[in-house]
Design a protein around this ligand. Structure first.
Ligand SMILES: [Zn+2]
Ligand SMILES: [Zn+2]
Length: 303
């Protein structure tokens, strides 16, 4: 079986951990940018994108104190079949010259603009937004989709958009997959603070905005809420080998009705080998630990 995969585990560079969706007091978040820098730096993150609504925060005067700040913003625009906004995150842009919360603005315009200025457009939290398969299939040329969003999970258990994404891939699209916090920080008793719960790990040449954005564009990353993927290898016959931190499940999620899930028995799993099954058009790796935390690879496509 021939497989095509932009494999971050086989390229040169170092691993950097970051969150690419966050809000501050400049929109509907509760923390100042300085407070956000302190939180994420303190948790060992390497980079952070503060993606406020309606404004791309000017980060030139902000001291990240070692935490790299990547410019970005979020826009809520257009109208889904359920009458809701699409939320789009744009990374690596200096501004978003559109009216936010505009039902009449086509989200494709924001995607096209973001690409034209060298940025990275991402469809945010499709489950939380109530986007259906038709809504997602209307748009083109975005880089990826959020498979997990901490804030949406904590707020109303709509953080996981895996089935939205698998529906898109089964229908022929090839999105990258992101896990993000979408930190707002609203304090509600019995709800954990939505910071440092989900991230992407990027293999990049160095910790600069250009290098991080380049690595994201190339797909040199995977997503996680806890477990670590150490290696993914694909041999000449298309057999996929995965190594990871100790987990309960290693899943090879694939074309409808295909794929395979490996369950730990007496010992946690730290590796799995999957040859694939006839008829699969893609496989993506998910590893899930005993706490239910998950890491997601980007999809591996067959050809
Ligand atoms: Zn949003
Ligand atoms: Zn957001």
């Amino acid at each position: 079986m021939k497989r095509r995969f932009i494999n971050p585990f086989k390229v040169k560079g170092d691993w950097f951990k970051g969150n690419v969706h966050t809000h501050s007091v400049n929109s509907d978040g509760t923390k100042t940018p300085e407070e956000l820098i302190g939180i994420y730096r303190g948790a060992g993150y390497d980079f952070l994108s503060i993606t406020d609504h309606s404004i791309v925060l000017d980060i030139t005067g902000l001291d990240g104190k070692g935490l790299l700040l990547v410019p970005g913003g979020e826009m809520c625009i257009g109208r889904s079949e359920a009458g809701q906004f699409y939320h789009l995150v744009a990374l690596g842009v200096e501004d978003l010259p559109f009216k936010d919360f505009d039902y009449s603005l086509d989200p494709q315009e924001v995607i096209d603009h973001t690409n034209a200025v060298g940025g990275i457009p991402i469809i945010a939290h499709p489950y939380w937004s109530g986007l259906n398969h038709g809504d997602l299939m209307k748009l083109r040329d975005y880089h990826g989709v959020e498979i997990y969003n901490t804030s949406c999970d904590y707020e109303r258990n709509t953080g996981l958009s895996a089935s939205h994404i698998d529906g898109m891939i089964a229908a022929g699209l090839e999105p990258y997959i992101y896990a993000v916090d979408d930190h707002h920080g609203a304090g509600r008793s019995q709800v954990p603070i939505d910071a440092c719960g989900a991230w992407i790990s990027i293999k990049a040449e160095s910790l600069t905005v250009k290098s991080i954005l380049d690595a994201i564009k190339k797909g040199h990353f995977y997503s996680s809420t806890g477990p670590e993927i150490m290696d993914i290898t694909i041999d000449e016959d298309g057999v996929i080998s995965v190594e990871c931190s100790p987990v309960k499940y290693i899943s090879f999620v694939s074309t409808p009705s295909l794929g395979m899930k490996f369950h730990a028995e007496d010992e946690p799993l730290t590796k799995a080998v999957y040859p694939g099954r006839p008829g699969e058009t893609y496989v993506r790796v998910e590893v899930t630990d005993y706490e239910g935390r998950t890491a997601w690879s980007n999809p591996i496509y067959n050809f």
